[in-house]
Design a binder for this molecule. Structure first.
Ligand code: GLA
Ligand code: ZN
Length: 681
C-alpha cells in the first residue's frame, strides 16, 4: 500500500511557497502553527523553486527544503513534491537560449513568466533530469513524501527547430510515406502537396494553413510532445520510488469553465496515477446564476473523476478570490464550505488551495490565500478555511468511496479541434463544449449521476450515452455506438454529427451508412441560422424555440417524434427515435433550449431505470450527489441558490458535517450543504 492509499484523511492544505520566505524564519515558523490551526494536512511544494534549488548552474541548495519537509512531517503533514520545470532560473535562459519557447510566428521568446519552455530542447531535458534525480535521491525515502507533482499546468506549444524536427519524425511514424500524408491531408488543395519531409512545418498564423488535417495533426503532436516531456521528467521518479504516485495538475478553460481545450487530457490521463486539477469558478458573477455555474463545475469534476473512474484530487482552488478573473470577487459567507464540499461530492478526496500564504510581491500578491498579509487567524477567510478543515475531518469516512453513474456524456478533444477549425456553420455558435454542458444540465437538475468520458470509453456499463455534435467521428466509434445500442443502450446524438473522419476528411456518399442504420434516418442538409433567427418545434401539444442549427432529415426506420413548425422544412422531422436491436437511438436535429431537453430527457429517463427511484426530492437548484461504498451511500445536498429550499428525504438521516439528526422534511438555507447518511428504516 502506498502512503497515499493508507492516508485516511481527506486532504486539505495547498500550494506552499516557502521558497519566497527563506529570509523570514519567523514566518516559516508561524506557518506551521497556522497549518495546524487551519486543520491542514497536505502541502504541494517546489513548483517554482528552481532558482532557490539551483541558483547557479550546478550549485544545489536543498537545506531549506530539507527543513520544510521535516517541519511538515513534524506536524503530521504530507508533502506533494513538485518538479520545478514550470519555471526556470534566468541563468539557464541566458546561457542556453534553446530552452526558451518559439511562438508560431517563429519568434524566440525572452526570459520571463513561466510555463514557457520548449518541450523538445535537449538542454532543458538534461537540466530537469539532473534536478529530478537529485530530488528523488534526496527525498524519495522521506517520510513526508506523499506524491509527485510533475511540473505545473503543462500547456502551450513551441515552434523551434527541435520541435519542427520532432513534428516531422512524428508524422513519418504516423504515415510512413509522404504519399499517405498528402492523401490524409487532402494536400493538393491550394497546392499544399509535399515532395520532401523537410518542407513540412508547424502551422503558423503568418503562414496560414487551411489544411485541416495538418492543423489537427499538429494539435495531436503538441499533446504527444507534452506527454513525452512529462514521461522524460518521471523516468527516475518511477525507477527509484515506484510506490509514490505521480500526478500533474490539469486545468479547465477558465472564463466559461469548459474542458481544457489545447491538450487532449483523455490521452494524458493514461500516463498519470492520480488525476488532479485546478478549479477556479467565478462565484457570484453577474452573467449566470449560482446554479448555472455550479452545474458547469459539476460537469468538469465528473469529467476528471471519469478519466480513471476513481477519486481524483482538487490540487488548487481559492479560499476567496483569484487575481486573474476580470473581476476578482470574494466568496460570500457560506460559499467556501459549499464549493469545497461540491468537489468532494463529485469524487474528489481533497480540497487543496492556491495559495497557502499570500505572496508579498509580484503578480499574485492579491490572489486569495489561507494566510493573508495580516498573518492572522482571525480573519474571515482563515476562519472559513478552518471550518472546511473541520468538516473534512468529520466526513473522512467517505474517503475512497466511488460514485456510480448510468449516464455517460462523450467529450472528444479531437472533435472539438476539428469542429473549431471547420469553416462552415457559424463560428460564434458552434459551442461544442457548452452544448455538452447544456445537456448535462438536465441530469444535474434532476440529481442523476453522470460520467463524462472520451470516445474510447467502454460504453457497455451505461444505460444512456449522450454524444452531441460528433462532427468528427471515427468508424470504430460508430461501430461501438452500434453495438452499444443493439445490446439495449439508449444513444442520443444531435445536429452536426457524422461529417468527417479522423483525418478531417468528409465522409463520401451521404451520411455514414452506419449512422443511418443506428438512427434510422439520413441527414440531408444542415441549416445554419443567423443569431436572431428562430424556428419552432412541435412536440405533442407543446412548442419549443430552436436556434443556430436545424437539420433536415429523411426518415428510414425511425419515427419522427417532433416536427419543425416553420420555414421551407416545416412539418418535416426534427427529432427522431429509432429502435435498433435491443436499444433506441434518438437524434435531436436542432439546437433547442433547456426547456426541450427537460422534456425529451424526462421521457428517456422514464424508459430506463434512471427515473425509478428517489432518495431525496428537492429543487433544481439543490444539487444532490452521492458517493458510495458497497454497503453505504452518502448524499451531499447542496443549495446553490440565494433562497431557502425545502427538500424531502426518504428516511430520517444523520448530517455528518454537523453531526445532527435530520427529519424527512428539511429546509436548507441559502448556500447550505449537508452530507446525509440515511438511517435504516
Ligand atoms: C494556476 C497555477 C498557480 C497559480 C494559480 C492562481 O492554477 O498553477 O501557480 O498561479 O493559477 O490562480
Ligand atoms: Zn521547441
Amino acid at each position: 500500500m502506498t502512503r497515499y492509499e493508507l492516508e485516511d484523511r481527506l486532504l486539505h492544505g495547498g500550494d506552499y511557497n516557502p521558497d519566497q520566505w527563506l529570509d523570514h524564519p519567523e514566518i516559516l515558523e508561524k506557518d506551521l502553527e497556522l497549518m495546524k490551526k487551519s486543520k491542514s494536512n497536505t502541502f504541494s511544494i517546489g513548483m517554482f523553486s528552481w532558482s532557490q534549488l539551483e541558483p547557479r548552474e550546478g550549485e544545489f541548495h536543498f537545506e531549506w527544503l530539507d527543513k520544510v519537509m521535516d517541519d511538515i512531517y513534524s506536524i503530521g503533514g504530507n508533502v506533494i513534491l513538485a518538479t520545478p520545470s514550470g519555471a526556470r532560473p534566468a541563468w539557464m535562459s541566458k546561457k542556453y537560449p534553446e530552452v526558451l519557447r518559439t511562438n508560431d510566428k517563429r519568434e524566440k521568446m525572452l526570459h520571463g513568466g513561466r510555463h514557457n519552455h520548449c518541450f523538445s530542447s535537449p538542454v532543458y531535458r538534461e537540466k530537469i533530469a539532473i534536478m529530478n534525480q537529485k530530488l528523488v535521491e534526496r527525498y524519495g525515502n522521506h517520510p513526508a513524501l506523499f506524491m509527485w507533482h510533475i511540473s505545473n499546468e503543462y500547456s502551450g506549444e513551441c515552434h523551434c527547430d527541435y520541435c519542427q524536427a520532432n513534428f516531422r519524425e512524428w508524422l513519418k511514424n504516423k504515415y510512413g510515406s509522404l504519399k499517405s500524408l498528402n492523401d490524409a491531408w487532402w494536400a493538393p488543395f491550394w497546392s499544399h502537396a509535399y515532395s520532401d519531409w523537410s518542407e513540412i512545418e508547424s502551422p503558423s498564423s503568418i503562414g496560414e494553413t487551411m489544411v485541416h488535417g495538418h492543423n489537427l495533426d499538429w494539435k495531436r503532436f503538441v499533446t504527444h510532445q507534452t506527454i513525452d516531456f512529462y514521461e522524460h521528467e518521471i523516468k527516475d521518479l518511477r525507477r527509484l520510488t515506484p510506490e509514490v504516485p505521480i500526478t500533474t495538475n490539469f486545468m479547465a478553460d477558465t472564463h466559461d469553465l469548459i474542458p481544457f481545450q489545447s491538450l487532449d487530457y483523455g490521452q494524458f490521463a493514461k500516463h498519470v496515477d492520480v488525476i488532479s486539477w485546478d478549479c477556479y469558478p467565478a462565484w457570484h458573477n453577474d452573467w449566470e446564476t449560482t446554479a448555472d455555474l455550479a452545474s458547469k463545475v459539476g460537469f468538469i469534476n465528473d469529467q476528471y473523476r471519469s478519466m480513471k473512474q476513481k477519486p481524483f484530487l482538487i490540487m488548487e482552488s481559492t479560499p476567496s478570490g483569484v487575481n486573474w478573473h476580470d473581476v476578482n470577487k470574494m466568496k460570500r459567507p457560506g460559499m467556501h464550505l459549499l464549493s469545497s464540499m461540491q468537489f468532494i461530492a463529485h469524487g474528489s478526496d481533497s480540497n487543496l488551495y492556491f495559495q497557502w500564504r499570500k505572496s508579498r510581491g509580484s503578480s499574485e500578491k492579491f490572489h486569495g490565500a489561507v494566510v493573508d498579509h495580516d498573518n492572522s487567524e482571525e480573519n474571515r477567510v482563515f476562519q472559513d478555511v478552518k471550518a472546511v478543515g473541520e468538516a473534512l475531518e468529520k466526513i473522512k469516512e467517505i474517503k475512497g468511496s466511488y460514485k456510480a453513474a448510468k449516464v455517460a456524456i462523450l467529450y472528444d478533444w479531437e472533435n472539438n479541434w476539428a469542429l473549431n477549425d471547420a469553416q462552415g456553420f457559424s463560428n460564434a455558435s458552434k459551442r461544442y463544449p457548452q452544448t455538452l454542458q447544456e445537456h448535462y444540465r438536465y441530469f444535474w437538475n434532476h440529481d442523476i449521476a453522470v460520467e463524462v468520458v472520451t470516445s474510447e470509453a467502454d460504453l457497455s456499463k451505461y444505460d444512456l450515452v449522450i454524444a452531441p455534435m460528433m462532427y468528427l467521428i471515427r468508424e470504430d466509434v460508430m461501430a461501438r455506438f452500434a453495438s452499444f445500442v443493439s445490446q439495449g443502450g439508449i444513444l442520443v446524438s444531435t445536429y452536426i454529427t457524422g461529417y468527417v473522419n479522423e483525418n478531417d476528411l468528409t465522409y463520401l456518399g451521404g451520411w455514414p451508412q452506419q449512422l443511418q442504420e443506428i438512427f434510422g434516418i439520413s441527414v440531408k442538409e444542415t441549416d445554419t441560422l443567423y443569431p436572431n433567427d428562430r424556428n419552432q418545434l412541435r412536440y405533442g401539444a407543446q412548442t419549443f424555440e430552436v436556434k443556430d442549427y436545424c437539420t433536415i432529415l429523411e426518415l428510414g426506420t425511425a419515427e419522427s417524434i417532433v416536427y419543425y413548425e416553420e420555414d421551407f422544412y416545416a412539418k418535416t422531422p426534427a427529432v427522431t427515435k429509432n429502435n435498433y436491436g435491443q436499444g433506441q437511438a434518438y437524434f435531436i436535429g436542432a439546437r433547442t433550449g433547456l426547456d426541450f431537453l427537460e422534456v425529451i430527457y424526462d421521457q428517456i429517463a422514464k424508459e430506463t431505470t434512471l427515473a425509478n427511484s428517489w432518495v431525496i426530492k428537492g429543487d433544481k437548484e439543490v444539487s444532490v450527489q452521492s458517493r458510495d461504498f458497497d454497503e453505504e451511500s452518502y448524499y451531499f445536498v447542496m443549495n446553490f441558490s440565494e433562497s431557502n429550499k425545502m427538500i424531502e428525504v426518504a428516511s430520517e438521516s444523520l448530517d455528518l458535517i454537523t453531526n445532527t439528526s435530520k427529519d424527512c422534511q428539511l429546509e436548507l438555507k441559502p448556500y447550505e450543504v449537508l452530507l446525509l447518511k440515511l438511517k435504516q428504516n
